[in-house]
Design a protein around this ligand. Structure first.
Ligand SMILES: *Cc1c(COP(=O)(O)O)cnc(C)c1O
Length: 392
């Protein structure tokens, strides 16, 4: 047997943990800022606990880097940032349930309203509480078919004008198919947005901010889309995935990524047990793996309850001592078995890398997603809260 290529990565006293590089988060943020230049301001998206990188720590890094806006999904996420001392503006993109509105106002979070009825309701709440100039962003459904107002321009104008105690601070939309260069949907959405924006501005409505883009249009330099607007409003962009170091591949020819971002998170698990099994032995639930020869196996202290996709059963890989090691048999709830035959010096307590790199070998969330039949976002968001977090 060959000698092990590398020393194991640093052991930790946890079953499974993620290591998050603050510096890489900061570098990714700077790369996005450079890509949009002076023409737009970056509003990083830290929803879903910053795609499991930890919203509070990530927000602290971004705030220190100069981010003046952060975006979350819901009021609870925004309130947690406030409670942790985050002072940036916080946009709440997918909430406005009646039971969260009081908190929204008291924590000085900025709501995205997604219906004209919401405008009336926020206005009357502001009146009840004696507030004035309460800012809100209005989301327009330009074709995504999810959240957002679908109404005639004239109706939108009337609703905006009828509020007495609110300020329309931002107009936004979200693209459904920005990664697909073979579809005209993004162009159509941008056109619909521009047309409403133009109508409102011509009617004298002042809109300080517009924002349309998440990671993809920015990462692929589709400036005509992310900056689609006028000369009056400031443009914001709302990258999430790229902050964490990922840009999804596009469909269609001749497209080049324009930003250099790298994954900020590595995910490791400790080896709980190592043993030799004879040829013909079966491994794990259902016996779906059968050793074709005598093998050494290692059992990792992490399973699908930690977020390892069950679909990686018998097909995924991890890294041990700088080598790829196949997952054998079914991923179980708290344990995953790997082939350790190529790493004879592996010890109980050593760390295996589920996502990340060791030396020249790496596995990222997109590779895992492809094998598991899912998307990289889901792999990251699937990392369970019980997996410890370490910030580097
Ligand atoms: C999640 C989300 C984003 C960020 O998307 P990425 O693809 O991660 O950059 C931006 N805008 C809205 C409305 C979102 O829901």
């Amino acid at each position: 047997m060959k000698a092990d290529i590398l020393k194991p990565v640093e052991r930790r006293p946890y079953r499974s943990w993620v290591e998050i590089s603050r510096e890489q988060i900061a570098m990714n943020y700077r790369a996005i800022c450079r890509a949009v230049g002076e023409e737009a301001e970056v509003m990083p998206v830290v929803k879903a606990d910053a795609y499991r990188h930890g919203a509070i720590e990530v927000s602290r890094v971004l705030e220190a880097e100069g981010a003046r806006w952060l975006a979350v999904s819901n009021t609870e996420e925004g309130a947690a940032l406030r409670d942790a001392g985050i002072r940036s503006r916080v946009l709440v993109m997918a909430d406005f349930f009646s039971y969260t509105r009081e908190i929204l106002l008291s924590k000085e979070l900025t709501p995205v309203l997604h219906s004209l009825q919401d405008i009336a309701e926020l206005d009357s709440l502001a009146e009840k509480r004696g507030l004035a100039n309460v800012p809100y962003h209005l989301k327009i459904d330009t074709g995504m078919g999810r959240l957002g107002v679908r109404a005639q321009s004239e109706t939108v104008l009337q609703a905006v004008r009828s509020s007495k105690r609110l300020t329309l601070e931002g107009l936004m939309t979200h693209f459904a198919s920005a990664a697909n260069y073979e579809s005209s949907q993004t162009a159509e959405q941008a056109e619909a947005f521009k047309s409403l924006l133009h109508f409102l501005c011509s009617a004298g409505v002042q809109i300080p901010y517009i924002h349309l883009s998440s990671t993809i249009p920015v990462a692929y330099g589709r400036k005509d889309f992310w900056a689609a607007g006028n000369n009056v409003s400031k443009v914001l962009v709302r990258p999430g995935h790229a902050i964490y170091g990922y840009v999804s591949p596009t469909r269609g020819p001749g497209i080049y990524q324009t930003i250099d971002v790298r994954p900020a998170l590595a995910w490791r698990a400790s080896i709980l047990s190592i043993k030799d099994i004879p040829s013909g032995a079966r491994v794990g639930y259902g016996g779906i793996y059968q050793a074709p020869r005598p093998m050494r196996i290692a059992i990792l202290a992490a399973g699908y309850a930690d977020g390892i996709p069950h679909r990686l059963s018998n097909r995924g890989q991890v890294i041990v001592r700088g080598r790829l090691a196949p997952i054998l048999g079914a991923v179980s709830m708290d344990l995953t078995t790997i082939d350790a035959s190529a790493t004879p010096n592996l010890q109980v307590g050593d760390a295996a890398t589920l996502l990340g790199s060791e030396g020249q070998v790496s596995i990222d969330a997109q590779q895992i997603a492809r094998l598991a039949g899912t998307i990289s976002y889901s792999v990251l968001c699937g990392i369970h809260a019980r997996v410890k977090r370490i910030y580097l």
